[in-house]
Design a protein around this ligand. Structure first.
Ligand code: PLP
Length: 392
């Protein structure tokens, strides 16, 4: 064999059956081969297990899928290249022309865009309601045959709480599927509710390091498996190296999430007591309008603290800029703290009436609390509030 051939066919390393890598390897290979054409055919006919092409399946991404399904308390999972990929591919795979979706004003912007702008181009209709208006959900489901109800809890960015029992009960009796974007709450929450499909952005708490993107769709086996062909055709596959980084991040998921939630609670309490702040949205505060519902549904209240600067947008912008430990950046759930200034906040697609329902104001600021020392975070928030108000 010439050396130019050899470099393309390097020596194989096979582990003895009783010798295992303690950390699972990354299967950074697009292609997998069987020894014979016959076995390849049997695989392609679905008659034997194995792997063939990584857009459809790969051992590393499969390991992540199995772990996430178990964490969320369901049978099956598909991972995707981003959280938005998980949302868009699921919506495309589950709907057809003429279907109707119930969705909510207080929802992550790109989800609203996908339902209102993209799916409507394919003849999928929707009704967008306030998340707290269960009576309106009941009315709409009674009046219009509905394919699915899509919601979040806590909602992004103002942390409203969906009444999950009410929504799943109403959807089920109307024959509609429930899809819940559970990114804010995390994999260890809400599994006991009768939600058909959970969606997560793995970019956030799963990885924790803010250096990789991914998404997941989790539910019962028959439903999730029915999506697999469409997902393969849509092509938003998670790369095995990204899957490996997410698997690595998940090892510290529980300790990170708990520690960040504990700090978020203290930051929320500090903000609520500060005169420059007119309102704090954090489900763990007794002053949150749905604190009782949050307590009943959740084990921890999340790491997002959203609040309104009394002096409005300019003060909110100054506050965000004055922070030293919070990066002025989108996303959430990383080990480093982040801030979204009012000027960076979405919601421009909403009417003034919908904006009012959303509880977004000119001065709304969103904090994602990281793993820094709590005293340092509180001191940073204190000095930034002071600087922002002094300058105003
Ligand atoms: C609630 C929620 N869902 C989905 C996403 C999208 O995830 P990704 O950025 O991985 O596409 C985000 C991102 O911020 C989010 O906050």
């Amino acid at each position: 064999m010439k050396k130019s051939t050899r470099v393309n066919h390097p020596p194989r390393i096979e582990l003895p059956p009783d010798n295992h890598a303690v950390v699972a390897p990354i299967y950074q290979s697009v292609k997998f081969e069987f020894d014979t054409v016959e076995e390849t055919e049997r695989y392609l006919r679905g008659e034997r297990p194995g792997f063939f092409y990584s857009r459809a399946s790969n051992p590393t991404t499969r390991q992540l899928e199995l772990l996430l399904a178990e964490l969320q308390g369901r049978e099956e999972c598909l991972v995707t290249a981003s959280g938005v990929g998980a949302i868009s591919q699921t919506l495309l795979a589950l709907t057809r022309q003429g279907d109707h979706i119930v969705c909510f004003i207080e929802t992550y912007n790109p989800t609203r865009y996908l339902i209102r702008r993209l799916l409507s181009r394919f003849g999928v209709r929707h009704t967008m309601l306030p998340i707290e208006d269960i009576a309106a959900v009941e009315r709409v489901l009674a009046a219009t045959a509905t394919r699915l109800v899509f919601f979040e809890s806590p909602t992004n960015p103002v942390t409203k709480i969906a009444d999950i029992s009410a929504l799943t009960r109403l959807a089920r009796s109307a024959g509609a599927l429930t899809l819940m974007d559970n990114t804010f709450a995390g994999f260890h929450q809400h599994g006991e509710y009768e939600i058909d499909v959970f969606i997560h952005s793995l970019t956030k708490y799963a990885s924790g390091a803010g250096d990789v993107m991914g998404g997941a769709v989790i539910g019962r086996a028959d439903l999730i498996r029915s999506l697999r062909l469409d997902f393969g055709a849509l092509g938003g596959t998670l790369d095995p190296h990204a899957a490996y980084l997410i698997l690595r991040g998940l090892k510290t998921y529980f300790v990170r999430y708990q520690a960040q939630c504990a700090s978020a609670q203290k930051v929320a309490e500090f903000l609520a007591a500060h005169p420059a702040v007119s309102k704090v949205h954090y489900p763990g505060l007794a002053s949150h309008p749905q604190h009782a519902l949050a307590k009943a549904q959740m084990k921890d209240f999340g790491t997002i603290v959203t609040f309104d600067m009394r002096a409005g947008a300019a003060a909110g912008g100054r506050f965000a800029q004055e922070l030293k430990l919070f990066a002025l950046a989108a996303s959430l759930g990383s080990t480093e703290s982040l801030v979204v200034a009012p000027q960076m906040m979405g919601g421009r697609d909403l009417t003034p009436e919908q904006l009012q329902v959303s509880s977004l104001t000119e001065g709304t600021v969103r904090l994602s609390i990281g793993l820094e020392d709590l005293e340092d975070l509180l001191e940073d928030v204190r000095q930034a509030l002071e600087a922002a108000t002094a300058a105003g």
